[in-house]
Write a protein that binds this ligand. Structure first.
Ligand code: DX5
Ligand code: ZN
Length: 219
């Protein structure tokens, strides 16, 4: 059983203090930093791009778990790798050639993830599961923090876990969206080993980040 890791999403952080917020997350025990990149086209919201990621790189040694909700994504991958991403996760719908985009991310010595929206079926990525480091299961429709967890995705997490076992693969299963102190147990039991959280980590228990991370980890 893989160790449960927490990847706090800075989408819920104070955007005027992102460097300090990242330091707070590291002090609070985060395993990596989930950076939600949105282009106002693939999703109806716009956040940050490579220059901001580059500026934030010096604030922590923790891995930047960069979630690219942008399309087309292929031509921008190198910019995020150069800016300091350690993991680049893309949506299959955002590239004309998923295999080519995966190969490019790996060529740049960055870990590669693919993300499944709530209504995207596993068979869209089944043939590349042996080439990725992680699968990011969206438990909300991407675009905003603070949304409600979609319980239907639990079955998808279980099915991914089964595929992983049947094919003897070792990718991480990361879940992203509406994770709180109730559903964290459900998604971990279903097979997730990395939890993304923005609202719960920054807002619960008067914003006590360490407490919220420990609660999510079931520590
Ligand atoms: C949504 C993002 C998620 C989101 C998680 O498009 O991909 O990472 O910020 O935030 P919460 O935990 O608030 O749902
Ligand atoms: Zn995300």
């Amino acid at each position: 059983m893989k160790k449960i890791q927490i990847s706090p999403s800075i989408l819920s952080a104070d955007f005027s203090q992102l460097g300090n917020e990242i330091k707070r997350l590291e002090e609070g025990g985060a395993d990596m930093i989930h950076v939600d990149v949105m282009d106002g086209h693939f999703v109806p919201n716009l956040t940050i791009g490579p220059p901001v990621i580059k500026a934030l790189r010096k604030y922590t040694k923790l891995p930047f778990d960069v979630h690219l909700m942008i399309s087309p994504v292929h031509k921008y991958i190198e910019d995020y790798a150069k800016a300091g991403a350690n993991i680049i996760t893309i949506h299959p719908e955002a590239t004309n050639n998923l295999k080519e985009s995966i190969d490019l991310i790996k060529k740049l010595n960055v870990k590669v993830g693919v993300s499944l929206n709530p209504d995207t079926k596993i068979d869209v990525i089944e043939n590349i599961l042996n080439q990725v480091d992680l699968v990011l299961v969206m438990s909300v429709y991407p675009g905003f923090g603070g949304q409600k967890f979609i319980p239907d995705v639990v079955r998808k997490i279980e099915n991914l876990g089964k595929l992983k076992k049947d094919k003897n693969l070792n990718f991480d299963i990361e879940v992203d969206g509406g994770i709180n102190f109730e559903n964290n147990k459900i998604v971990i039991k279903a097979g997730a080993n990395i939890l993304v959280s923005g609202t719960t980590i920054f807002k619960e228990n008067n914003g006590n980040i360490k407490k919220n991370i420990d609660f999510l980890k079931l520590d």
